[in-house]
Each structure stands twice: as structure tokens, then as C-alpha cells.
Design a protein around this ligand. Structure first.
Ligand SMILES: NC(=O)c1ccc[n+]([C@@H]2O[C@H](COP(=O)([O-])OP(=O)(O)OC[C@H]3O[C@@H](n4cnc5c(N)ncnc54)[C@H](O)[C@@H]3O)[C@@H](O)[C@H]2O)c1
Length: 341
């Protein structure tokens, strides 16, 4: 595939705003959510500077493929580098909004790789906030997580005291506070607490994608726990809509839940998966994973009143779209395996 132009972090300024278009920065632009956010922003009249460090959180080939698609869009400039070491002020100059989606996601790996989580979540947040203030950015929108609630009673309301039970949740909470405290220095800031995001393009370490890949390959799948754990799965297009709405929301200094509108058990996920792959799905149940919470469910009232947001894609519609995307990938890989055999 033809590679797009990637600027280096030393570029003094990469912004060439088009008259009549708004300007923003998306960090983590090669990620699952960041790449969709950047593409949608361009469609909605924004010029985007996208930054990504192509970290080792999962196969960077997948991130580079997303960046390649983005890099060919008019209105997107991609810059490669680690946010902690870059001259971010120069990159933020002239931007009205910074959407900070770069981070290290995933609960389980955070127990073994805590320093990387601190770097990618806590230190990037500090660097982004400091540069946004110096560059005169109006607003920062931070991609926080429902993990800050831990095993709090459901539904989770933003007014509940945070109680993270993993290094991931703790680093997201610390980053979130870095953003919200910057409000006293004149930066508008909103922290969106995303609830398990899914859909085509999902990260390869996430459960739904792992389940779908195994089922479509006819392999047994492994479920950690008894399957009665519940997640408020949120379709990626809904997440993107809420994130863009946060750029102009009449709110600052607040955390806002962004959930999918229904809490689904993993046993229900498997039932739907069986009907989608039209075959038997063998499941091996293992003990629950460390840091896995029993249930997540967003209280969606703050998002409704401040973002005008209501999830529009139910799980019964969104999951088939993800499975169709996984099916295409699996079939393409199987064809390539046959050709190279
Ligand atoms: N996917 C979910 O279910 C979910 C749920 C809650 C919160 N979030 C948050 O949303 C954000 C995006 O999640 P995602 O699923 O798209 O993850 P992702 O891993 O696909 O995307 C994150 C991107 O950030 C980049 N990045 C990480 N550290 C960096 C650094 N130091 N410098 C430059 N780039 C760096 C990575 O290379 C990656 O491309 C993350 O902050 C995550 O914590 C995601």
C-alpha cells in the first residue's frame, strides 16, 4: 500500500488551515477510535492534525494501515512521534480544540506493564494540557474510561466517587484529573468516560473481536469468568458523535459518561455470535481475569443534557456489523494463507 506522508515531530508547524474550516488536533489518530474520529471530523468541516506514536500496545501494522487511509484524506495532516517528547506547542498552534485519545488501553495488561500505562496515559495528559495552555487552545476533550468506576454500584453516575481497581483505571483517572484541573488556568476541558467501545476496526486485544475471530475460524474460544458479567457496549460511531459534540458542549471541568444504552452479558454476546456465524461455538470457561469488573452501565443523563447525546446503535445492530468486518479480514487472511502455501 502506498504510504502517506508522515511529518516528523521536529516540524515547526504543520497546520495549513483552510478558510471556513475549524482546526483541531486528534492524538492517537492511528488508533481504533482516533482514526474514526479524525475521518468524521474532516467530513464535518474540520482540518485535523493527527498525532500518533505507533506504540507497541498491539501490532503497529494495524495502526499504520489506519494512518495510511487517513493520510490520503484532504484536511488531515499526520505527525508521528511520542507525545511526551514532542514540541506539542508548535503542533497545537492555531488549533481550537485538542481531542486527546492517545493512550494505552486494556485492563489486564496494565498489571504487568504499569510503567507503560503511566507513560502513555498520565505523562501524555500532562504534556497535552501544558502545551494546550501555552498554545492558547480553547478546549480539550479527553477520552477517559468507565474503568474509573471499578466495581461501583450500577448505573454509574459521574457524581459517584471513582474507585478504579486496575492500574489502567487509576492512570485514566489521574489523566482525567489533569485535564479537569486545568480549567482553573483558563483551558476548557471535558473528560468523556467511554464505556467498552466496539464496532468495525476494533482493537485486536478486545474481547468481542477475539470471540468473533475464533468463532469464524472454527476455533474454541476462551471466556474468563462465568459469562454473567455485563458490559455497556458502545458503538464506535456513537462514541465519535458524542466526542465531537463535546467540542461545543455548554460544560467545562466535568466528566461525562458515554455509554451504549444497554448492558449486555457475555453469555448474551455468545448467543448472538452463534446466530451470526451459523455454527457451533465452543467455549472454554476459565477463572475471571484480574481487574475485570462485574458490570458496567452508564447513567446517561448528563450526556443527554450537556451533549444532546443518546446512543443510536443498539448492540443487536452494532455487533453484526463488527462480525461482518471480522469475517472479511479472516477470509482475506485465509485466502493469503492458501496462496502462500
Ligand atoms: N476502546 C475502548 O473500549 C475504550 C474505552 C474507554 C476508554 N478508551 C480510551 O480511548 C482512547 C482510544 O482507545 P482505542 O481503543 O482507540 O485505543 P488504541 O490503542 O487503538 O489507540 C490509541 C492510540 O494512541 C497511540 N499512543 C499511545 N501512547 C502514545 C504516545 N505516548 N504518543 C503518541 N501516541 C500514543 C497508540 O499508538 C494508538 O494508536 C484511549 O485513551 C483509551 O484509553 C477506550
Amino acid at each position: 500500500m502506498e504510504q502517506p506522508h508522515l511529518s516528523t515531530s521536529r516540524a515547526p508547524s504543520v497546520r495549513s488551515s483552510t478558510p471556513g474550516r475549524r482546526s483541531c488536533v486528534v492524538t492517537g489518530a492511528a488508533g481504533f477510535i482516533g482514526s474514526k474520529l479524525a475521518a468524521t471530523l474532516v467530513d464535518r468541516g474540520w482540518d485535523v492534525v493527527g498525532i500518533d506514536g505507533f506504540t507497541d500496545s498491539y501490532d503497529p501494522v494495524e495502526k499504520r494501515a489506519r494512518a495510511s487511509v487517513l493520510g490520503h484524506m484532504n484536511g488531515v495532516t499526520l505527525v508521528e512521534g511520542d507525545l511526551v517528547d514532542m514540541d506539542l506547542e508548535a503542533l497545537f498552534e492555531g488549533a481550537e480544540v485538542v481531542f486527546h485519545l492517545a493512550g494505552r488501553a486494556g485492563v489486564r495488561a496494565s498489571f504487568d506493564e504499569e510503567p507503560k500505562y503511566v507513560h502513555d496515559n498520565v505523562l501524555t495528559a500532562r504534556a497535552v494540557v501544558a502545551a494546550a495552555r501555552r498554545a492558547g487552545v480553547r478546549r480539550a476533550v479527553y477520552a477517559s474510561s468507565s474503568s474509573v468506576y471499578g466495581n461501583s454500584p450500577t448505573p454509574f453516575a459521574e457524581t459517584a466517587p471513582p474507585a478504579p481497581i486496575s492500574p489502567y483505571g487509576r492512570t485514566k483517572l489521574e489523566a482525567e484529573r489533569t485535564f479537569l484541573e486545568a480549567v482553573s488556568d483558563g483551558l476548557e476541558a471535558v473528560a468523556l468516560r467511554y464505556f467498552t467501545v466496539y464496532g468495525p476496526g476494533q482493537r485486536p486485544d478486545m474481547g468481542l473481536r477475539i470471540f468473533a475471530e475464533a468463532a469464524l475460524r472454527g476455533e474454541p474460544l476462551t471466556l474468563l469468568g462465568d459469562g454473567t458479567q455485563r458490559r455497556d457496549f458502545t458503538y464506535v460511531d456513537d462514541i465519535v458523535s458524542a466526542t465531537i459534540a463535546a467540542a461545543d458542549a455548554p460544560a467545562s471541568g466535568l466528566a461525562i459518561n458515554v455509554g451504549g444504552g444497554s448492558s449486555v452479558t457475555l453469555l448474551e454476546v455468545l448467543e448472538l455470535l452463534r446466530s451470526l456465524v451459523a455454527g457451533d461455538v465452543t467455549v472454554q470457561f476459565l477463572p475471571p481475569a484480574r481487574g475485570d469488573v462485574r458490570a458496567t452501565e452508564a447513567d446517561a443523563s448528563r450526556a443527554a443534557s450537556l451533549l444532546g447525546f443518546r446512543a443510536s446503535v443498539p448492540f443487536q445492530v452494532g455487533f453484526p456489523a463488527e462480525v461482518a468486518w471480522v469475517r472479511d479480514r479472516v477470509e482475506t487472511m485465509q485466502l493469503e494463507e492458501v496462496r502462500s502455501a
